[in-house]
Design a binder for this molecule. Sequence first.
Ligand code: ACM
Length: 537
Amino acid sequence: MKENKSIIVLIVILCIAFNLKAQVNIIPRPTKMEMQQGNFVLNSDTKIISGKATSAEAGFLAGILEKGLGKTPIIKKKGEGILLKIDKNLSSQLGKEGYLLEVTERGVTIRAQTNTGIFYGIQSLRQILPSGFEFTSKDEIIKIPCIKITDEPRFSWRAFMLDEARHFQGMQTVKDLLDEMALLKMNTFHWHLTDDQGWRIEIKKYPKLTAIGGFRKDSQKTRNHPEDLEGIPHSGFYTQKQIKEIIRYATERHIEIVPEIEMPGHASAAITAYPWLGVLGKRTEVPVVVGKLEDSFNVADPRVYKFLEDVLKEVFALFPGEVVHIGGDEVRFEAWKNSEMMQNFMKEKDLESPADVQIYFTNKISNFIDGTNHRMMGWNEILGYNVHEWQQDADFGVKQELAKSAIIHFWKGDIDLIKTAVSSGYDVVNSIYWDTYLDYNYEAIPLSRAYNFDPIPNGLDPKYEDKILGTGCQLWTEWVSTREKLDNQVFPRLAAYAEVGWTAKSQKNWETFQKSLIEMEKRWKQKGIKYAVEVEK
Ligand code: ACM
């Protein structure tokens, strides 16, 4: 009889545990979740308890709860409800982005050392609520299971990159993406704003950048077929006022924007607007085809440095973040090699090869950026190694050494180059293309491959692990001309990359992720996000 009783108790406990577990589907998966018995009842009388220090996050939470509760919850300084509390003593345990979330029968408490931690606690709370809660306007009573979550990210750099040069997507799409990033606790929006096929940010001192560089007559429709054109013009750019609006929106979501202004290659749109910027300067219209185009900035000309510094000054006046991305990838060297001015420049500066010229140029830009209390980031070509099969014959003799303050954005080449970079003192963000490029189809990068990516390369000496700041996933948009295509490429893989960036390796679990994704996909569906459904998992 006693034994029977024990078995029944055990079954009840297991049922409760299973039931609770089944209800908590947070992406990215938190560091620690302890289920407890009981529920907190959320209803239209529930209040948010917040002081001045967390008033912005309280306002955000009120906006989130409004629809499901049928009214905007009251925000009060004292009492019971959902308490948001900055707790400086948590610093040693949970770092700058960590939080504690505790649901008891009496209320919900989110504690963190910073506002960002509070914000992330709110994102977890959102995911504990039923997935339809934020979308259905009915005065429902919701039972939240009692739980204690202790959480902090694995990496400090958790980025998503959007290329708006190839196809301009516009303000609403950017805001929608920022919303999804925030829910997934991604903290860096890498905004690729200039390239050969378009210049998308207003620069007041050089208005032709957008007036000319923001427009192209046509677009290449299929890979490897430059003759196959869409037959329609493409244009668009952000005014500085619109950029400020997007920055405000991102800041409210604790997302820092890293703008990318490409130099010295991928610069045809700028060179079309101001031909003296180029070595050839022959271009009369913004390219309609994609690829590695022949002209680059003429870095032997002092006017080019003045131009880039002017542009960067306007960029810094807009963006509050520390880091600016200067591209630096895929520079074709033929134009530099065939330029008499460049040959003289190389002699004068004792530069060995075009690769050496690029490092010299990049260091000058880095020096300027450092002097404005910012930090330069660039694709890994800025280190001066040859990583391209199409450049096998190029001369890569280098005498210069890249400034150590540079953040290396690793995307191509032998993975051991990451080890070389970190052991030489550089910080690295790992965005190796075969694991993190969102423009690749699901055959090349299935969801499981995205999920299983580890930004720390195999065999890296543990003493260098903290030199890997984190990871980014990148949507290049040569072939992404519609919102539907964008959604299909980005979702659901964005959720996998969010977990790569946030969740401790020991906590990652593919089966649990897949289960949690079902709830996330319900949300996306209600928002009209056309996530890929036929993904090979
Ligand atoms: C790149 O994909 N060219 C960075």
